[in-house]
Each structure stands twice: as structure tokens, then as C-alpha cells.
Write a protein that binds this ligand. Structure first.
Ligand code: NAD
Length: 359
């Protein structure tokens, strides 16, 4: 799979920052790929549907929902005919719909594997929301099938298209402030809804799977390396609300060259930051991981980038890769697998009382 981060021939600098090329240049191919959204819950309604009104390389061509009332809402808002609305019973018939090129799985985490495989077997490429699966074993099975049917899997890693994160990675790769020494980051929020599937183990709930994965991703793409070992501890203050899933986890990852990452995730306290210490300076983002607005600074200056639609850039980046072979920003299924391997090791370390686990 071809990738891009900072290939100067593919990234164009606009007003002091780098934008994916597909935003600023006309491609030879004006075709748009058709996207089908599976699961019309919060993220589809608030982020992906609206983003698909802004995309230039792909468009909404179908939805899959089990809720009758949503059919009319989505048909009207997105100008869909009723033959573009599928349900979970007739899902497999998308194989006959040539207008669908990519199926975007936006379901509870425990359903990612099943629906990714169904979509691949229906002959479609897949974007699957994070976390790619419940564990590394599932992620490997999904990737195996994608290779067999020669269709690709991508993960909903929208921050790989955000200019703040691209700038931070640039600083790391170019060693602007010297060698990266430590990473300190966390993503957490106070979860309200007690009935949410995010508090249920069978659905793949828990803070680590939901938002801690962003801290893992950021540590990996800032260091540009894979961790060698890690240790993790879980903390619970509300044994009733969090009886099935993790409430707060803190973990430390050791990377090659002595780089360390101290990370935190929580469903009971707010954090949203990425702090990097280099030999000769610092860089930080806060908020770092949301999709509405980010902010950041370095030891040299305050960072300022105009707001982008991360989801639109992400889906356009993937579509441009599929249409025009322009490398995507490292959002393939293999990235999802690498995160799942680390998540498995974090849970293993917690089970073993915080022991340092080799990866
Ligand atoms: P949600 O609960 O709001 O939506 C899930 C949808 O799945 C609902 O429409 C629900 O009806 C549907 N569904 C179908 N079958 C179901 C079943 N058997 N049980 C429960 N629901 C069923 O959740 P969400 O917040 O939209 O999250 C969906 C996925 O998107 C998750 O994997 C989550 O991690 C991911 N997500 C990603 C981001 C991001 O920034 N990338 C943000 C939010 C959520």
C-alpha cells in the first residue's frame, strides 16, 4: 500500500502549511466514488453525512439503517431515493449496486469485523471506524479477507488529514527542535449516557477503545516508530457505572532511541492534549484530538491553521488514492492492526498488575 506523509512532491504548501494535494490541484480524473454509510448514529449524523456534502472526490450514494424513521430524514437531507436506502436484512444486495465503491462502517465496535467482511465480500472497499476491531486477531482476519478479495480496508483516522497534526509530524520528522525525547498525551471525557453501548463490554466499549486509541496513534506517528514495550494500569472510581469496561487507564510506552510516551484515557475526566518535548524546544496541541477545533503552539510560535473538515479531507484522500493512485496519509488497515496490537498489550499489562510487556 502506498503512503504519504511529507513527500514534498505530493504536499503543497499554502499560506505556510501543508495541504493534501487533492485539495489544491485539479486531478485528471473527475469521477467521484460512491460511499455507503452503514449505521446512522451520532458520528454519521453529526460528522460524516455533513462532510459528504463537502467532498470533491466522493459522494453519498447509499445508507444502511435498521431504523425506519431515519430513512425519510436521510432521503430528504441527502437527496437519496428509496432504492439507495438499505437495511441490515438486504445488506448483501449492495453487491449489485455499482454506484457504491466504498462502504463506511460506523457501527458499534463489536460489529466492525462482521460488516467489514460482508462489505469486502460484496466487492466493496471499506473505511471502518476506529478501533478497527475488538482485538488484533480480528483485525488480522479482516486484512486477510481484504487481500483475498483484492479490496482495501482503511480506518477512520481523520487526524491524518488535519493541518495541526501534519505540522506536528513535520516538526518531528524534520527534527526542527532536535531529537524527540518525551510524549505526554491524553484523551478523555465524562461519559454521560449510562445506557450507551460504549459502557458495554460485548460491544467493545471502554475509554481505551473509544478515545485512548488517539493517544496511541499520536505517539506512533510523532515518534515515527513502533513501541518496544509498555506498562499500563487501570483506575476505577465508579464500580457500578464502569463494571464492564475500563474507566481510566494510564500507560507508558517505550520507543526505540529512548523516546517515551506517557498516555492517559478516561471516561470520567476530561483531557485532550498532545505535548512533545524535544532536545531544543517543545510542541503541543490542546485541544488535540477533537474534530471541531484544534489549537497549538511550539517553543517558537503559536500555531494557526484555518479550520478544515477533517472527515471530508479524509474521505477525499482515500478516494483520490483509489481513483488516481495518489498515496493516502497512512490510514490503511495495517495502521488499525498496529493499534489493536498495542491495545491488546495494554489490557495484558493491566491483567498482570502493570507488568512491563514486550511488544
Ligand atoms: P452511535 O451509537 O451513535 O451509532 C451507532 C449506530 O449503529 C446507531 O445508528 C445504531 O442504530 C446502529 N446499530 C446498528 N445495529 C446495532 C446494534 N445491534 N446495536 C447497537 N447499535 C446498532 O455510535 P457512534 O458514536 O456514531 O459510533 C459509531 C462508530 O464510530 C464507533 O466505532 C466509534 O468509535 C466511531 N466514532 C468515531 C469518531 C471519530 O472521530 N472518528 C467519533 C465518534 C464515533
Amino acid at each position: 500500500m502506498r503512503r504519504r506523509y511529507f513527500n514534498k512532491t505530493l504536499i503543497t504548501s499554502v499560506a505556510g502549511f501543508s495541504l493534501p494535494q487533492n485539495l489544491v490541484s485539479k486531478s485528471s480524473n473527475s469521477k467521484k466514488l460512491g460511499i455507503a454509510l452503514v449505521g446512522l448514529g451520532s458520528y454519521s449524523s453529526k460528522a460524516l453525512g455533513p462532510a459528504l456534502l463537502e467532498t470533491k472526490k466522493c459522494e453519498l450514494k447509499a445508507v444502511i439503517t435498521g431504523t425506519k424513521q431515519k430513512e425519510k430524514i436521510w432521503a430528504e437531507k441527502y437527496n437519496l431515493n428509496y432504492n439507495q436506502i438499505y437495511n441490515y436484512e438486504n445488506f448483501e444486495s449492495i453487491s449489485n449496486d455499482n454506484n457504491i465503491d466504498i462502504v463506511y462502517i460506523v457501527l458499534p465496535n463489536s460489529m466492525h469485523k462482521e460488516y467489514t467482511i460482508k462489505a469486502l465480500e460484496a466487492g466493496k472497499h471499506v473505511i471502518c471506524e476506529k478501533p478497527l476491531a475488538l482485538n488484533a486477531k480480528e483485525a488480522r482476519e479482516m486484512i486477510e479477507i481484504s487481500k483475498k478479495v483484492k479490496k482495501e480496508i482503511f480506518v477512520g483516522y481523520r487526524l491524518h488529514y488535519d493541518p495541526y497534526h501534519l505540522e506536528i509530524i513535520n516538526i518531528c520528522r524534520n527534527k526542527k527542535f532536535g531529537k524527540l525525547k518525551t510524549i505526554n498525551n491524553g484523551f478523555g471525557f465524562k461519559i454521560g449516557d449510562r445506557d450507551s453501548w460504549k459502557l458495554k463490554k460485548s460491544y467493545g466499549g471502554g475509554a481505551l477503545m473509544d478515545v485512548g486509541i488517539y493517544a496511541i496513534q499520536a505517539a506512533r506517528y510523532c515518534s515515527g516508530k513502533e513501541p518496544i514495550s509498555l506498562s499500563a494500569r487501570e483506575f476505577k472510581t465508579n464500580l457500578n457505572k464502569f463494571k464492564e469496561v475500563d474507566e481510566t487507564i494510564k500507560w507508558k510506552m517505550q520507543f526505540p532511541d529512548g523516546i517515551t510516551a506517557d498516555c492517559k484515557t478516561s471516561f470520567s475526566s476530561n483531557s485532550n492534549n498532545l505535548n512533545l518535548d524535544f532536545q531544543n524546544g517543545f510542541a503541543k496541541l490542546s485541544p488535540a484530538y477533537t474534530w471541531r477545533i484544534l489549537s497549538g503552539e511550539t517553543s517558537e510560535k503559536k500555531l494557526y491553521f484555518p479550520r478544515v473538515n477533517q472527515q471530508a479531507l479524509h474521505m477525499d484522500g482515500i478516494s483520490n488514492y483509489l481513483l488516481n493512485n495518489i498515496p493516502h496519509n497512512n490510514v490503511g488497515g495495517d495502521e488499525g492492526l498496529k493499534d489493536m496490537i498495542i491495545i491488546d498489550k495494554i489490557f495484558e499489562s493491566i491483567r498482570k498488575g502493570g507488568r512491563n510487556i514486550l511488544i
